[in-house]
Design a protein around this ligand. Sequence first.
Ligand code: GLY
Length: 428
Amino acid sequence: MKVLIVGGGGREHALAWKLHRAKKVKQIYAAPGNPGIAQIGTCVNILASDIPGLARFAEEKKIDLTVVGPELPLAMGIVDEFQKRGLKIFGPDKKASRIEADKSFAREFMNKFGIPAPKFQVYETAHEARRYTKTINKFPVVVKASGLAGGKGTFIVNNRKEYEKVVDELLVQHRLGEAGKRIVVEEFLVGQEMSVFVLTDGLSIVYLPSAQDHKRLYDRNRGPNTGGMGAYAPYPTNKRITNIIEQVIIQPTILSLRDQGIDYQGVLYAGLIITSLGPMVLEFNCRFGDPETQVILPLIEGDFFTPLLAVAEKRLSEINLKVKNLWSICVVLASAGYPFDYHIGEEIQFKQKLDSKTLLFHAGTKMEDSHLVTASGRVLNVVTVYENLKIAKQRAYEEIKKIHFNGMYYRKDIGNTGMKKMKRKRRR
Ligand code: GLY
């Protein structure tokens, strides 16, 4: 079987690594891929947003399954185009991708079907948005651009002045263009965040291990939001919370999407917050998480190609996915200055060979004159998998000492919340 992976970050390298291990998979292609993926597959110079180019490539190479990493091609309708051409593809179609690509649609959908979520308002003009300060006027509050903004569309706003500034930037100056044409103003919730992933063909649901992302730049969840500075899996939770997630969030979401004429196939990523009132949906995403994928896939027993193909062929009910009783952790190595202006082109050096058990997923790297150099904000993902989180964390940070590039920055506390939760659980 030949697989095409769309995208070129750490998530896509993890997908390529896992799919490459499946006996049935003989060839991996990635568009555009990265130097890490190039070690196990063939990278082709087609952008993830070039849908006609990707479809032509899949036809030419007789690709058996295309797996889409990022949200943009999904929201642009890559699945619709591939299916029109009779090409098998894993991911939701354009209509279903609105669950991520149109946040006001997603919030109204959750509201209509009683999926637990923060209270929200949708505004289309600055005049309307100012009503918030005249009526509710509660801070902090979360302001989100309704459309896709490449991770730059969420603002935690602490007071009226900051609120007016964000409203002006989005609805008057149109800083985020079309994506910020409409905004969603949401209640700010407090609790631990948890990323839940399910495979679905619109009928059956298969749960993948859950994870916790670390979105803030600095230790102890301080500083600006990033694409994710690290993750661990599984997220330690209890039966009561798991039941609520399954029965009150995931199952009703898939069923209600069907009720709305949306046949969701692919992975549904529910970004949850566990509040004192129970789990609530911060956001739904129509794709795998990054860096969560890097910690989830190493925990899946055996072949991951068969379940993804089963989704695309609408026979997920045949799949029985097994998960290893292990813990994994991913620490993201980032360029100095990320998530703002950062410097690239720094040579990446390995002072010592990494342990053979360590997984190194490339994100923003490229080859320049036979040297591996930094090419983006998030550069590398160091992933370790062990029988407990403490050892996994210790090993990951030992491995990081072997890697160097100028300005290399990483959080030192990935996994700490998980370890604290486990300690509390043991004490009970
Ligand atoms: N982990 C955050 C995201 O993938 O959106």
